[in-house]
Every structure is written in C-alpha cells, then in structure tokens.
Write a new protein. Structure first.
Length: 183
C-alpha cells in the first residue's frame, strides 16, 4: 500500500475542528464566539466595549473572545466635533464577518502535505509532486485564518454622542436577531 494514502486519511481526520468545550445539555445551544474590534479613541472605545458587552449579556448566546472567533464585529468610528472641539456625534461603520472552518482545514492539509514532501513520500519531479509544491507555496502566502471571513453585513450611521449606549445595545441586538436567532 502506498504510504501516502494513510497519511491523507489522517490529514482529513485532523481537518475537522475538535472542541474542548463541555457537552451542552439537550436543547441548549453553544454560545457563538464573537470578537469585537473597535477603532476609536480610548474613552469612546472603552464605553462602546462596555455597552456592547452589556447588550450581548442581556441577550445571551454570545461569548466575547479575543481569538478564534466564529464571528467578528469590526467598528470604525469618526468623531464629529463642534467648533470648540467637543464631540457631538459619531460616524459608525459596522462590519460583521463570519469565520468558517475552511481555512483551518486548508492549513491542516497544507501541514500534512509539507510533511509528505519533506519525508520524500512522493518521488521528485513527478507532476503530482510539482503541482503540490506550487499549491502549497500559494497556500503559505494566504493571510492568517483569523483575518479571513465572509462579509455578512455592513452598516453605516451617524449618531448623536448621547445615543451611544442605545446604539451599542442595538448593534448587539441586531447581530443576535440576524445571525443567531433560529429561523
């Protein structure tokens, strides 16, 4: 039997993400892992993080994370100031990205093929071996998995600074309604 076949079978079994999370009771869904990134001055950034976290906490079903998210909410702000330099309104651009397991699987397969080539399990200069080297070189140039996602929503708005707490709760509620609530 060709030694490459068992290694391919092993690489496919490794490509399925495994969860270390405890099993959920029947009828209870696992919390979606969401990373919130906010581009703003420190004061506004901290206020927004706090209000969004409160919004998600009141709705449930979301775990805010710093790495390995299923979803990313990226918020870019632009402060609108009056003539005295006081912030009176905020321009918001809110983007929701969904991260899938496809890139994790692709990276796992790439690692397996790196091993196959380095171990000499394929004969040099065969068309398959040459093609795999080119494919792996291309895969190695992809950005990190965390940076890849599918654009699910983009929303822009201009809000008075006094409506920041309500808007943050609305961002959390809108995400929950659109992406987490069963259809």
């Amino acid at each position: 039997m060709n030694p490459v076949i068992p290694l391919l079978m092993l690489s496919m079994s490794l490509a399925v993400p495994m969860s270390n999370a405890p099993a959920q009771p029947a009828g209870q869904r696992m919390a979606a892992r969401v990373k919130v990134e906010i581009s703003a001055g420190d004061e506004i950034k901290h206020a927004m993080q706090s209000h969004i976290a409160q919004g998600f906490q009141s709705l449930g079903g979301v775990q805010l994370v710093e790495s390995d998210p299923q979803w990313a909410i990226k918020i870019v702000t632009l402060a609108v100031q009056d003539q005295q330099g006081n912030t009176t309104a905020l321009g918001l651009s809110v983007v929701v990205l969904e991260h899938g397991p496809q890139m994790t699987m692709l990276r796992t397969l790439t690692q397996a093929w790196h091993y196959i080539i380095r171990a000499g399990l394929l004969q040099k200069d065969q068309p398959l071996e040459t093609g795999l080297r080119q494919l792996i070189a291309g895969i190695d140039q992809l950005p990190e998995t965390e940076d890849l996602g599918t654009l699910s929503q983009h929303r822009m708005s201009l809000i008075p600074i006094g409506k920041l707490p309500g808007t943050c709760h609305e961002i959390a509620s809108d995400f929950h309604t659109r992406f987490l609530r069963p259809q």
